[in-house]
Design a protein around this ligand. Sequence first.
Ligand SMILES: [Mg+2]
Length: 268
Amino acid sequence: MKKIISIFLFLAIFYGCSGQDQNAIDNKVKLQNNDILLMSTLFQQKAAEMRAISYQAYNLATLRLDNELKMAGLSKTLAVVVDIDETVLDNSPFEAKSILENSNYPKFWSEWCDLAKAKAIHGAVEFLSYAESKGVEVFYITNRKEKFLKATIKNLKKEGFPFADKEHLLMRTTTSSKTERRQSVEKTHKIVLLVGDNLGDFLEIFDKKNINRRFEITDSLKNEFGKRFIILPNSMYGTWVSSILNYQNNLTPTQKLEIYHKNLESFE
Ligand SMILES: [Mg+2]
């Protein structure tokens, strides 16, 4: 038995120290890197808890809207602003594809958008249709690029969303910041509610901030969540991931994995 263990150890050390070039290591880590998406994607797709959270968010949005309707003056038409990806449309099949094909964004993103097959997030159609029935307009402020406008309208219409037209879809043109687009809505409308999965969907102040600063700002705005800001979970991607990576582009999968590990909070 001892002999077998010794041989095994020898082989493990031998193969561990030789043979694998950097590419092979990078590919292995790349695979692990995409496996990081496995549980978060399964949570979005298979957890009834995720569905329950979505219902909860939109039920709360309905209550808040009713409250705003009671208090609203007549000066401006009321508006609800929603993000699209992971707020009203579920792109988890794109993430699943990335895992299975071991690919990274933007590979397959165009194909996915053009298919116009994303399903509605649970509760979103009902809430936005309710808003429409109360004379509230809906604006979709998304960081999907302009070239996806037609396909996105098609997708939203297919799922039954109101105001799915080019007047109500504000795509990303020059900047990913949503401030200017929110301001353009505010020229003619009073925004009573914002719904998103990323803190930048609510305020520009969150953009490009480090992890601790994002926490501080969130704490300072704690009374706005569940009030004017309705947030949905997105465990698959978002600024929360970029902030962990310190907004560094072009990191290798190996470097990313290393940073993710370093950010874990454990105990001794
Ligand atoms: Mg989003």
